[in-house]
Design a protein around this ligand. Structure first.
Ligand code: NAD
Ligand code: UD1
Length: 332
């Protein structure tokens, strides 16, 4: 297939591009580089031998996007492009709604116009809101605590409605749990600007000595060790899930959780990181972070039954690969 990957120079996008190329697909990337670097294209070439075609375009610029659809006979779109900082979305809600929702509308309009019948969307476990665990695809969406989460829920609804009335437009909504880790080459990974908000990049920077100490947000939750529990998934497993989701897309609307099905606590991550990499990660317990849920993980059965996809990599792999990337990473 020829696949348009928006946000393809970003963290999850770049890993997915590698897996798509290695599965024999042709990839065209559109990214405005707001949160990634063009040098990722050379890293993809080093890993796969192929440098994908790249357009520096903003997905909220429909006029600029349309010629890309004219130039390439796409079989599918994987739409990663989006802003993802939860705290920033509270401060700048309109920027988030504009960027994340408008890009979804324009890309689906163009996909329908140019008869591109497969559309895979990056959604998030955050759309489940606060309900019983494990989260299952059949659950209703509940309000999230921030505009970022709402852009995901809105985009899901928009795509579902569009797929309902356009016979040849099939949509796969992929709800990611907590993606971590990096490609085993150490060439691509997650390199957030400034101080990371998420746990694994923070832990890596503490281990490297760039940040002094990890703040563990609360140890009084109703969890085995009192710290928050999440379903961490290796980004390469996640990327492989996209390849299967687009290859096997059949129904008008398909929804899959992409997680391991297991919860891991903050202190378990710290301990696994120290053991996997023979490093120290000093930490202190601080207050809970507002908006955090105590514990959630995926019911990951559906993706296995329908797509034959299962996360294979362990917490040890996630910690090892995160550290390998962090040690190698140069800001270029
Ligand atoms: P990322 O920031 O590394 O990648 C997103 C890419 O999209 C970046 O390269 C950025 O430059 C690009 N982009 C943003 N807005 C754009 C626009 N208007 N036009 C063109 N390009 C644009 O983030 P990621 O972690 O790789 O996330 C990819 C997708 O997955 C996002 O939609 C994100 O919301 C979603 N998601 C991520 C996580 C996570 O934990 N990383 C969890 C759930 C869902
Ligand atoms: C956050 C977002 C979620 C988004 C996801 C991936 C919130 C409320 N949720 O999820 O919408 O999809 O990132 O981008 O922001 N922790 C610490 N110390 C830290 C950082 C995190 O103890 O410095 C803890 C958290 O309290 C949590 C766990 O580590 O229990 C994971 O946190 P994080 O990596 O930020 O992901 P989520 O909060 O699950």
């Amino acid at each position: 297939m020829i696949i348009l990957v928006t946000g393809g120079t970003g963290y999850i996008g770049s890993h997915t591009v590698v897996e798509l190329i290695q599965a024999g697909h042709e990839v065209v990337i559109v990214d405005n580089l707001v949160n990634s670097k063009k040098s990722v294209l050379d890293k993809i070439k080093t890993i796969t031998g192929i440098k994908p075609t790249f357009y520096e375009i903003d997905c909220t610029d429909k006029e600029a996007l349309e010629p890309v659809f004219k130039a390439h006979p796409f079989d599918g779109v994987i739409h990663f492009a989006g802003l993802k900082a939860v705290g920033e979305s509270v401060q700048k809600p309109l920027m988030y709604y504009h960027n994340n929702v408008l890009s979804t509308i324009y890309l689906s309009e163009l996909a329908i116009k140019y008869k591109v019948d497969r559309f895979v969307f990056s959604s998030s476990a955050t759309v489940y809101g606060d309900q019983e665990v494990p989260f299952v695809e059949t659950m209703n969406l509940l309000p999230t605590t921030n505009p970022y989460g709402e852009t995901k829920a809105m985009s899901e609804r928009i795509l579902k409605d569009a797929a309902t009335v356009n016979q040849n437009f099939k949509v796969s909504l992929l709800r990611y749990f907590n993606p971590v880790g990096a490609h085993e080459s150490g060439l691509i990974g997650e390199s957030p600007n400034g101080i990371p908000n998420n746990l694994m990049p923070f832990v890596s920077k503490v281990a490297k000595g760039e940040l002094e100490i990890l703040s563990v947000f609360g140890n009084d939750y109703d969890t085995p060790d009192g710290t928050g529990v999440r379903d961490y998934i290796h980004v390469v497993d996640l990327a492989k899930g996209h390849v299967l989701a687009i290859e096997k897309l059949q129904d008008a609307i398909e929804i899959y959780n992409l997680g391991t099905g297991h919860g891991v606590s903050v202190l378990e991550i710290v301990s696994a990181f120290e053991k996997a990499n023979a490093v120290k990660v000093p930490y202190k317990i601080v207050d809970r972070r507002p908006g955090d849920l105590p514990a959630y993980w995926a019911d990951a059965n559906k993706a296995y039954e329908k797509l034959g996809w299962k996360a294979k990599k362990t917490i040890f792999d996630m910690c090892k690969d995160s550290w390998h990337f962090e040690k190698n990473y140069k800001d270029e």
